[in-house]
Design a protein around this ligand. Structure first.
Ligand code: ADP
Ligand code: ZN
Length: 605
């Protein structure tokens, strides 16, 4: 944290407040305690001669016992109309008794006014000042606790980030812009204002953002979304404003907001219609995003692991219009990350890192950094001069069990299942003539799904044939069918595939008229009707009987597909096995590798 002059003043203020409170407490404690007693008891004690002295006021009697009771000597009581009081005081040995003036109206006024003043001051400090921050009041209460890093001190570069080559490539453009914004603009390059980095926690999003600033040798300002969402309304918004102001002053610069989802969640989501403070902050963020010109040379980077919950307004053009996935590392990636982190550590054998990479599927960058760290500590504790495989292996377990682990571990069994599932998709896609080529397949978790198969169409298409939709269905079912064939069991992992497949089948029947039993009829409601509200567009627009036929047709299409996919996979089981085995080993296959593996074993279908 940057403890500048302002930080120091603020600290001094708080210390002062602390001491004042301490003094108040001390004085309160020092005040002799009094016992409140009923008047009857007072009179009884008086007659017993236990009372030493008394002072009488119209509304209160106070006095002292001759000997302390339960450690307390003083008492107080509310007086009753008692004409014999003075007489009794005289006759029962009370040493002194005196009258006392009523508390004057001045005193009570002062006390009351004092409370009001105190309240107003507190209110001013906590509320008004937050709002005034907009007027750039110099009191630094709502200032963002940003970290401004000197460009010379910001030493993180792309060399420190291993494994995310694609993300680095995408970010290189930003770096070039930041190095020389004017030159870049002359060439006519259009630069995104905001870049959203998304990916699992610990995959190196913050590290990448730092590296962008480091590569370009510009200052790096960072704040966390959760830090913006504070108790007092207006603090978050003023922090956002402040953050951008600082960055603009030292432009070109990088502003980084971690945990964007803490502020950027879909508005009106959640119970109670949203969170006022968060919404204000989000609005301020949108204002800043729209307000600054890229010409000023400020680039906003943000990170989240929940891109799905972000407010769509954030992702519109001109805002976070570039999104970069920072994926969890595959086998090679893990080895590269381990290498980066073992630079400061003396290893017995570089080759050990490969072994460790193989044993840590599912680990993300921060986990791997921890593995190296733990291993170094272990070796030191054992008085070794270098880190052996033994320590590295032991530290994997420590990290797995440890609290800092950011990712879930994938067991070998899970890995095999996911590999077969994805191989199923891939193989079916390969076997179908005219289906989109498989670009890559991976069993590295990405968001909620455990693996993915990426098919890219060769060209943009506006018209999709029945054949093509059927192909899509086959590919979707391929994953689940492979699991069934190999493990004689299915997992929950396929539910997304199934819901997609069902949707495709429904559309074929209801929208595109591709079912013979329904015929060339579109049963889809027009969009306008939906807009009018569900109350008006009551009913489905078709009979229950038709609805039943739709259900039957969906089921028939999907079951037919399933049968056909099973046949395909069974016939080419050896290729399925080869793909899956290679995937378990490498975790990630690209188009060439897939083609190589499938061409060898595929007899023409
Ligand atoms: P995120 O912001 O995605 O949660 P961080 O960038 O904070 O993750 O990563 C935490 C730490 O993990 C980094 O400081 C770094 O030491 C290590 N790390 C993560 N990813 C990588 C990577 N790709 N290469 C090298 N180190 C990494
Ligand atoms: Zn699938």
């Amino acid at each position: 944290m940057n403890v500048g002059m302002k930080g120091f003043k603020q600290l001094a203020l708080w210390i002062l407040v602390f001491f004042v409170m301490l003094m108040v407490f001390y004085n309160v404690k020092k005040m002799p305690l009094e016992q409140e007693i009923p008047y009857s008891e007072f009179k009884r004690d008086l007659r017993k001669g236990d009372i030493a002295n008394v002072s009488v006021r119209a509304d209160l009697i106070r006095g002292e016992y001759k000997t302390a009771r339960a450690g307390i000597r003083r008492f107080r009581t509310l007086p009753l109309p008692d004409t014999k009081l003075v007489e009794d005081l005289e006759s029962f040995n009370v040493a002194t008794f005196s009258g006392e003036a009523d508390r004057s109206w001045m005193t009570s006024l002062l006390i009351n006014v004092g409370w009001i003043v105190l309240f107003v001051v507190l209110w001013w400090v906590f509320i008004i000042r937050q709002v005034q921050m907009g007027g750039k009041q110099a009191l630094s209460f709502g200032r963002s606790r940003t970290v401004a890093q000197d460009s010379k001190k910001q030493k993180t570069t792309f060399k420190d980030v291993a494994a995310c080559e694609e993300a680095k490539e995408d970010l290189m453009e930003i770096v070039e812009f930041l190095r020389d914004p004017k030159k870049f603009q002359k060439l006519g390059g259009r630069i995104p204002r905001g870049v959203l980095l998304y990916g699992l926690p610990g995959t190196g999003k913050t590290l990448l953002a730092r590296a962008v600033a480091g590569e370009a040798r510009v200052p790096f300002y960072s704040a966390s979304g959760s830090e913006f969402v504070e108790m007092f309304v207006g603090v978050g918004a003023s922090r956002v404003r402040d953050l951008f102001e600082k960055a603009k002053k030292s432009a070109p610069a990088v502003v980084f907001i971690d945990e964007l989802d803490a502020v950027g969640r879909h508005r009106f989501a959640g119970i109670g219609g949203g969170h006022d403070e968060r919404e204000q902050t989000l609005n301020q963020l949108l204002v800043e995003l729209d307000g600054f010109e890229t010409k000023e040379g400020v680039i906003l980077l943000a990170a989240t692991n929940r891109p799905d919950v972000l407010d769509p307004a954030l992702l519109r053009p001109g805002r976070f219009d570039r999104q970069i996935n920072v994926a969890a590392p595959d086998l090679n990636g893990r080895e590269a990350i381990l290498k980066v982190h073992s630079k400061q550590v003396k290893l017995a054998d570089e080759k050990d890192l490969k072994v460790i990479a193989q044993r840590t599927p599912g680990f993300v960058g921060s986990d791997l950094a921890n593995v190296i760290n733990e291993a170094a500590l272990l070796a030191a504790r054992r008085n070794k001069h270098q880190v052996d495989l033994e320590e590295l292996e032991e530290s994997i377990e420590r990290v797995m069990a440890g609290p800092q682990r950011k990712s879930r571990v994938i067991t070998d069994k899970e890995k095999r299942i996911v590999a077969y599932h994805e191989s199923g998709h891939t193989l079916v896609a390969k076997l179908l003539p005219g289906s989109d080529p498989v670009h890559k397949v991976s069993i590295i978790p990405r968001g909620p799904s455990l693996g993915y198969t990426l098919q890219l169409p060769t060209e943009d298409r506006y018209l999709v044939s029945k054949r093509e939709i059927m192909n899509k269905l086959y590919v979707l079912l391929g994953g689940r069918c492979a699991e069934e064939i190999v493990f004689d069991d299915v997992t929950t992992g396929a539910h997304d595939d199934l819901s997609k497949a069902t949707l495709f089948a429904q559309r074929m029947i209801m929208e595109y008229g591709m079912s013979d039993r329904i015929g060339p009829m579109s049963l889809k409601k027009k969009d306008e009707e939906v807009f009018l509200g569900r109350d008006i567009a009551r009913g489905q627009g078709y009979s229950d009987q038709t609805a039943q036929i739709i259900d039957e047709e969906v089921k028939r299409i999907l079951t037919d597909c399933q049968v056909k996919v099973r046949e395909m996979l069974q016939k080419h089981r050896h290729v399925l096995d080869a793909l899956a085995m290679r995937l378990v080993e490498k975790e990630h296959l690209d188009a060439d590798e897939i083609t190589a593996l499938t061409n060898v074993g595929l007899s023409p279908a």
